[in-house]
Write a protein that binds this ligand. Structure first.
Ligand SMILES: *Cc1c(COP(=O)(O)O)cnc(C)c1O
Length: 424
């Protein structure tokens, strides 16, 4: 089916007389007639629900929709995007392992990988997303277990050359994990370009209304774990905590990754989404294809206006012909990228401050991808502990404003931006 139809109807097909909308199964637990019935579930010998920390029917229906949208074989929801990226990496990396990651990734993921996972004994090498094949190859070590990047990076807005990163990962016998939060599967399906695992912060466009924090992991089913069994003992050797099940044997190439992440990581870490939040996420998904188009139209209109304005020094938006990422955007994002635009004010830090407080429609928020337009000056908020030099090195110079264009009329957004620029 077409992605538009999956957005509306994917993941859940009610039977005769059943609820039209996905039911919210707000129950921690599920009843069984015999201990033997329940035992089979614990041994992963039968499918079914027993405790909502591991699986819940509402969450599973929404995960199925996201799985269909990405064109994957299995998927799971998590309580946040952070949990999704942690689970996706930790499912195949352990103490003594190594990750290759694009350097332009979300700050929270950068901290997760470079600080918190380092404490678990997992090392990382960051590479410039523009690096050559040779530079990319040089980042790998014998203990490398995964490659990570974001289709469109938050907040750098660089576009990942997915094919280049997938080919490098596969040359070294490991999967490529792509965080596809910003374009969503409506604008890009990384599996079509060789990515093996996709993650999402569903908090952003998928929810789209600033209502519920959440995440998702989707498996393409393309990666042959058993062909690289020495690298992935967690998937390819017996799990003693599940009576010696070998995930890659029992659940195959298409099911092993998500089953292990559910049975082990969700069991032990418990980053579970609530059924209520999954229901809200599904309401967002039902209109995702319609909303993404408007977010992209507004993003492009605002980027074009800013680019032509004398008080704006530069604009980062891959939809602009002037963007260094325009060619990659034409290849991977032919129908549009996202509604997030960043730009630098010629007047520096002070001009950014005046601009921000003069906006009337766009609210100052540490959020993106909402129906309502919002903006942020990282130098005076998320990165305020840094001096001007450090800000520049971090790719968020003092004059930078990140604007997430919502679903309002582009004329009104541009009029608001124009009057705020006039105040400088
Ligand atoms: C927001 C974001 C995350 C983190 O997601 P949360 O839902 O806030 O935990 C991860 N990756 C990207 C690209 C994001 O924008």
């Amino acid at each position: 089916m077409n992605r538009d139809t999956i957005c509306v109807q994917g993941g859940y097909t009610p039977g005769n007389g059943e609820p039209r909308q996905i039911p919210i199964v707000q129950s921690t637990t599920f009843k069984y007639s015999t201990s033997e019935d329940m035992g089979k579930l614990f041994d992963l010998e039968a499918e079914g629900y027993f405790y909502s920390r591991l699986q819940n029917p509402t969450c599973d229906a929404v995960a199925r929709k996201i799985c269909e949208l990405e064109g994957g074989t299995a998927a799971m929801l998590t309580s946040s995007g952070q949990a999704a990226n942690f689970f996706a990496l930790f499912n195949i990396c352990q103490n003594g392992d190594h990750i290759v990651s694009s350097s332009t990734i979300y700050g929270g993921t950068f901290n997760l990988i470079s600080v918190t996972m380092a404490k678990m004994g997992i090392e990382v090498t960051f590479v410039d997303p523009d690096c050559s094949d040779e530079e990319l190859d040089a980042a790998f070590r014998p203990n490398t277990k995964a490659v990570f990047g974001e289709t469109i990076a938050n907040p750098a807005l660089t576009v990942l050359d997915i094919e280049k990163f997938a080919q490098a990962a596969h040359r070294h016998g490991v999967p490529l994990i792509v965080d596809n939060t910003f374009p969503t599967p409506v604008n890009c399906r990384p599996f079509e370009w060789g990515a093996d695992i996709v993650t999402h912060s569903t908090t952003k466009y998928m929810d789209g209304h600033g209502a519920a924090v959440g995440g998702a992991i989707v498996d393409s089913g393309h990666f042959d774990w058993m062909a690289h069994a020495d690298k992935f003992p967690g998937l390819c050797t017996p799990d003693e905590s599940y009576h010696g099940i070998t995930y890659a044997e029992r659940f195959g190439q298409g099911g092993a990754f998500i089953t292990k992440a559910t049975a082990q990581l969700m069991r032990d870490f418990g980053c579970t989404p609530s059924p209520q939040s999954a229901f809200l996420l599904n309401l967002g998904l039902e209109s995702l294809h319609v909303r993404m188009k408007r977010h992209c139209d507004n993003g492009l209109a605002v980027a074009r206006f800013l680019e032509a304005h004398p008080k704006v020094a530069y604009v980062n938006y891959c939809g602009l012909e002037s963007s260094p990422f325009h060619a990659l955007a034409e290849k991977y994002l032919p129908n549009g990228s996202c509604g997030v635009v960043s730009f630098g004010l010629a007047g520096g830090r002070e001009a950014a401050s005046t601009f921000m407080k003069s906006l009337k429609l766009a609210a100052i928020e540490t959020h993106v991808a909402d129906a309502r337009t919002c903006c942020l000056n990282p130098a005076s908020s998320t990165h305020r502990q840094m001096n001007d030099e450090q800000l520049k090195a971090a790719g968020v110079p003092a004059e930078l404003v990140r604007m997430s264009c919502g679903l309002e009329s582009s004329e009104d957004l541009i009029a608001d931006i124009a009057q705020a620029l006039d105040q400088i």
